[in-house]
Design a protein around this ligand. Structure first.
Ligand code: G6P
Length: 480
């Protein structure tokens, strides 16, 4: 795709991510509506807006996006859709992108780093996998070429996540003058698990990231795992040209506190209070319907709580918000169905005319999530593995009365929040049920104190600082 920028307009700071800050949907009247994206990655990267001469490169992800790109000059989205940020959206062939995104990124790399395979039968790296891998390479090349076109001499480029592991190496070849960083928002697999991948693919992924001047992670645990994989796959000297960094991503306190007191959130609190019922406690969980989030075991633990502590029957409701995610993949659709089935089973086994033990909402609604955060007595965050988990950080920031946090030790957030959470092994149903009981029984004073400390820890690294620290660290590498 030809760039429409003149030399003077080249960017000094660039971000690349598969999902961009805005997406387009077609309205009923046929018009295209731009919607700002949410989530940790987007909120952290939005600090790029403060940088003059910046550009954000992302992929078109659906038909709405593709149409918007075709209308936009050179793939640059209209400023009124992006809050003024220069965004170049890449119109990569839909099948090629789907093979790379659904096939490699979400069905292989996500599975490896979250250790989700049922290994007696999976994974199977066959010719279909090799075909999809060629698409992954093509997508990464499209990003590298666009970045090479957009970047000014010596510009800093921050490449995001497992969709774009090959970009740093490809970009380094095209533009040796650039400062390149790569950031992983996921956990990183330990070497024995990472080496499920065919040797050449494992090496290509690591060498791709090592094309960067700096590779960064959300916690020291994931950074150490990456370094161990490099040593195991590529040899002990492979890391010499790349610095390793750790940047935890915190909650955006100012934004959340203001947003959580808007009228639409207050309205939803009224509805949720009615769903919970007078005098009952609320256990809240909010996730994408994502295999690694462990929603089914969270429900099983809640059922076990109702079994072993019958005093909680009719006294508690689990509000489970499970928002659709990656529905092109059968395994995600099956998981969504399993979540619904288990919730219904609990309701039919324990429910009474005046009490629904599990209230499951599947329609994504950020205002309702914030309303639930404010009302929660207990937040359940029990992922199998998670790069960070921002829900665990957002709840204490907006909680009205203080909220006890049940937290998996396998979430990145555990490193910062573990001291004031009730920590669980995410596979242990009995242990999680007991943790729910402890959390529900916590005296109000202790709950409020812990919530205050959790909120302080959760906001220690605001998203803007997360972004700027990475940029500064890259620039320092150059000056040293
Ligand atoms: C994780 C990844 C992000 C991704 C997000 C949503 O947080 O680290 O890169 O954007 O999930 O997933 P999706 O597949 O919808 O982009």
């Amino acid at each position: 795709m030809a760039s429409t920028q003149g030399a003077a307009e080249k960017a000094r700071v660039l971000v690349a991510s598969n999902r961009g800050p805005v997406s387009y949907a077609r309205e009923e009247d046929g018009s295209l509506r731009a919607r700002r994206g949410g989530g940790g990655l987007v909120s952290g990267l939005s600090a790029i807006g403060a940088e003059a001469d910046s550009v954000w490169v992302c992929a078109a992800l659906g038909d709405g996006d593709r149409e918007a790109v075709r209308r936009a000059a050179g793939g640059l989205l209209p400023a009124e859709d992006t809050g003024g940020q220069r965004v170049r959206m890449l119109d990569i062939d839909a099948e090629v992108h789907s093979d790379a995104y659904n096939g490699i990124a979400n069905s292989v790399l996500w599975f490896v780093h979250h250790m989700l395979y049922q290994t007696p039968v999976e994974p199977v790296f066959d010719t279909e996998f090799r075909r999809q891998w060629a698409s992954y390479e093509a997508c990464n090349r499209a990003f590298a070429e666009a970045l090479a076109e957009e970047a000014a001499d010596g510009a800093a480029v921050l490449v995001q996540d497992y969709h774009l592991c090959l970009v740093p190496g490809m970009l380094r070849e095209l533009r040796p003058d650039l400062l390149i960083g790569h950031f992983s928002h996921t956990p990183w697999a330990p070497p024995d698990y990472f080496r499920l991948l065919p040797d050449d693919i494992a090496a290509a992924l690591l060498n791709g990231i090592l094309g960067a001047d700096r590779a960064a992670f959300l916690t020291a645990r994931w950074a150490d795992a990456f370094a161990s994989c490099c040593a195991a796959v590529l040899g002990p000297d492979s890391l010499t040209g790349t610095a390793i960094g750790v940047h935890g991503l915190g909650a955006d306190a100012d934004f959340l506190r203001e947003r959580a007191h808007a009228p639409d959130v207050e309205e939803r609190m009224t509805v949720l209070r009615a769903e919970i019922g007078e005098g009952r406690k609320a256990v809240v969980r909010v996730d994408r319907t994502e295999l690694s989030k462990n929603i089914v075991r969270g429900l099983l633990a809640y059922r076990r709580l109702l079994d072993t502590h019958p005093e909680w029957r009719e006294q508690v409701v689990q509000l489970a918000f499970a928002y659709p995610s990656r529905q092109d993949l059968a395994v995600y659709r099956d998981y969504t169905a399993a979540v619904q089935r288990v919730a219904e089973e609990i309701n039919s086994a324990y429910g009474t005319p005046g009490w629904t033990p599990v209230v499951l909402h599947v329609k994504d609604d950020f205002a309702r999530s914030l309303a639930a955060y404010r009302l929660a007595d207990v937040a359940l965050v029990n992922p199998i593995r998670d790069g960070m988990n921002l829900v665990a950080k957002e709840v204490p920031v907006v909680s009205d009365q203080g909220c006890a946090l049940v937290l998996s030790r396998e979430a990145g957030a555990y490193e910062e929040l573990g001291a004031d959470a009730i920590v669980v092994n995410p596979y242990d149903i009995e242990g999680t049920a007991q943790a729910l009981h402890t959390a529900l029984s916590m005296p109000a004073g202790e709950r409020a104190e812990r919530t205050k400390r959790l909120a302080a820890a959760a906001t220690a690294l605001p998203p803007a600082r997360w972004f700027l620290d990475q940029l500064r660290a890259l620039e320092e590498l150059q000056s040293s």
